[in-house]
Design a protein around this ligand. Sequence first.
Ligand code: BG6
Length: 509
Amino acid sequence: MNASANPLRQGLAEDRTPEPTTVVIFGASGDLTKRKLVPALYTLMAERLLPPSFAVVGFARKQVGDGAFRAEMKDWCAKFARHKPTEELWSQFEKGLYFHTGEYDDPASYKALKERLDAIDRERGIQGNRVFYVSTPPATFPVAVKQLDENGLINKAAGGPFTRVIIEKPFGTDLASARELNAHCLTHLREDQIYRIDHYLGKETVQNLMVFRFANAFFEPLWNNRFIDHVQITGAEAIGIEGRGGYFDHAGILRDMVQNHLFQVMALTAMEPPVSLSATDLRDEKVKVLKALRPIPDGRFDEFIVRGQYRQGSVGGKRVPDYHEEAGVTAGSTTETYVALKMFIDNWRWAGVPFYLRSGKAMAKKVTEVALVFKDAPHRLFGEKSISEPNVLAIRIQPDEGISVRFGSKVPGNTLDIHPVNMEFRYGTSFGTEPPEAYERLQLDCMLGDQALYTRADEVDASWRFISRIHDEWARSAARGVPTYEAGTWGPDESDAMLRRSGQAWRRL
Ligand code: BG6
């Protein structure tokens, strides 16, 4: 399917093909490259969204030749790309696929990379446009950016070939380190060359949040504190930490999922209509939401945040061990695998409306959604029993992408009973196609120079400002330990209690 056939591309970015470009992936032996980045690039080519002069260079420490890299990537594309490699397309794609062995902190490796890229430019008619995708462990982000600059790989001159750098997550681990990383990047790059990736922004249904709100007239008038009782944003995963204990035990779910993905979803849900869809206008509106987050009052953290850690249980009939038994987890770790937050956005539209966010590993099932729970109708014409449940508008981000509206309906019969029913829109049924992978859209946008779906320095700053205070509080109260929840459930009881205190309840998903 080409871009013009995809209704969700229309209006969000101009439909055009990027200029000839080389994408260099740092961390090319990592999981993300195999599962997401190269399969996404191949799919873009299969959908004719890439220019004919195009190259991908994998950069990593290991010694691999172009041939072996091509063969390995073909296997991964066969497993993970939306378009499975065909002989014809793959042979076209692999001609532009190279591997370059190097050390991230060694200037000689960058000099050799530069020579290699210049040679590829000549060979494939690319005129120096480059995207460097830094998908290494985070400690290497600053090193790579510095070495790229110091070895002449970053073109800052306006009008010449472009150099853009995509930085993977996590962008910092707290407010201070995020600021340091931002400052570091800005000494080597212009802000318009920095692409801080949050793959949730590349998800089709996350973008549809904007389309739903601003291309339609009927819900936006209700999208405020006059009609909305509260908002629930859930990012639940059935998987545990799947061999990523070494990383996760240092991060925790608040850093891993909330500071970035859920905050971005919340910002898109809560923001004012942007003046345009330009990167500046869109991000201006998101950052206003993040800046308006009410800091949790000192001494009252227990009212606004609950964390949990999974203990043994089962998910989908499969036994899940205690978090402490997972490889890479330190003995006695208090790292949270679940978190629930009650937040307020102190602005005109949302005054007094709680935003509840929850995210967890090893939960009952994978589901990501935004639900707006409405206030009751002003008058109960049908008596007290007339409304058993509030009206809910739920935007399902994944899986079963779609939107549903829950409202009360008369039960057929000669009595007046009212029962909640659903009105559903499902992506699959309505469009008969699966949504593209987030990394397709995001890599394409970077090649096109569109930063709208990438996060800006001030957004990252504002979200860490809120989140870092929680980590500081947890460090102070570490001795109190962490509540646990059985794997395969919806989190610790304390999380339900937090909503109950305000007369609300988590949706059963
Ligand atoms: C990543 C986190 O950013 O997002 C993972 O590091 C998490 O821990 C993943 O599993 C979830 O992404 P998705 O697209 O599967 O919802």
